[in-house]
Design a protein around this ligand. Structure first.
Ligand code: NAP
Length: 248
């Protein structure tokens, strides 16, 4: 797979799944704009790692919940590299609790980051992708947005919203040769899932037909497929990468 000449923005790209995506895109030749919010040290170390591999990388701090900060992020990418071909809306947070205990702020923050953040970034890059009549947008949703999960009314709503956003945007942008798809990871080993108690993890494992938790590279390789020519007739779809946890 050759992504040479392509410019990719990865939100939350310094950490967890996003870091694996940034590295995979870079290893296949793309110039990567790594967005981070709080993990500056990780972003700097990733930039060094990518540069050591001989590839280009720009790191940009921005809270993707803010349209203004997203605008600065996209403008930084354009002024540094001149164009943007790939957007991976990966950044996301959880603030789990049963609805009786969940605060309004827990709900608002999760929607603002996971759903509005992806809308902000998609709106801003669409302008450039539409003009160049090409582009790939990949949204990282979750199986929680497809089948729900107790304790995640905020998170599931944000991720289900992201599925709707994916399908509507795919329809809007298809005529401009822009593919918009989503990936729904199941249980992937990262800091996000590291917070869960062991008994919750073993319960998940019992229900995963492939009998293992996912690795960040399982998601990165699916992103590579969705931004490549191998998937050029695929748009508006949600690909589950979950070891078979959710079927049908
Ligand atoms: P993670 O390790 O907790 O990383 C989350 C990333 O999101 C970090 O890079 C963080 O950046 C970034 N982020 C959070 N708030 C942000 C904001 N306001 N602005 C910009 N960036 C922000 O989580 P992960 O497991 O890699 O998750 C990545 C994506 O996969 C998320 O969308 C998550 O919902 C989804 N997902 C994960 C799993 C799983 O099992 N791990 C399953 C389904 C879906 P900083 O560190 O710089 O703050």
């Amino acid at each position: 797979m050759n992504l040479e000449g392509k410019v990719a923005i990865v939100t939350g790209g310094a950490n967890g799944i996003g870091r694996a995506i940034s590295l995979a895109l870079s290893e296949h030749g793309a110039k990567v704009v790594v967005n981070y919010n709080s993990s500056e040290n990780l972003a700097v170390s990733l930039q060094d790692e990518i540069k050591e591999l001989g590839n280009e990388c720009l790191i940009v701090q921005a809270n993707i919940g803010s349209l203004e900060q997203c605008n600065s992020l996209v403008e930084a990418a354009i002024s540094h590299f001149g164009h943007v071909d790939i957007l991976v809306n990966n950044a996301g947070i959880t603030k789990d609790n049963l609805i009786m205990r969940m605060t309004e702020d827990d709900f608002d923050q999760v929607i603002e980051t996971n759903l509005k953040g992806a809308w902000n970034m998609s709106k801003l890059v669409s302008r450039y992708m539409t003009k160049q009549r090409s582009g790939k947008i990949v949204n990282i949703t979750s199986v929680s947005g497809l089948v729900g999960n107790a304790g995640q009314t905020n998170y599931s709503a944000s991720k289900a919203g992201l599925v709707g956003l994916t399908m509507s945007l795919a329809k809007e942008l298809a005529k401009r040769n822009i593919n918009v798809n989503a990936i729904a990871p199941g249980f992937i080993e990262t800091a996000m899932t590291g917070k869960l108690p062991e008994e919750v993890v073993s319960k998940y494992l019992e229900n995963i037909p492939l009998s293992r938790l996912g690795e960040v590279k399982d998601i990165a390789s699916t992103v590579l497929f969705l931004v490549s020519d191998y998937s050029k007739y695929i748009t508006g779809q949600v690909i589950r990468v979950d070891g078979g946890l959710v079927m049908g």
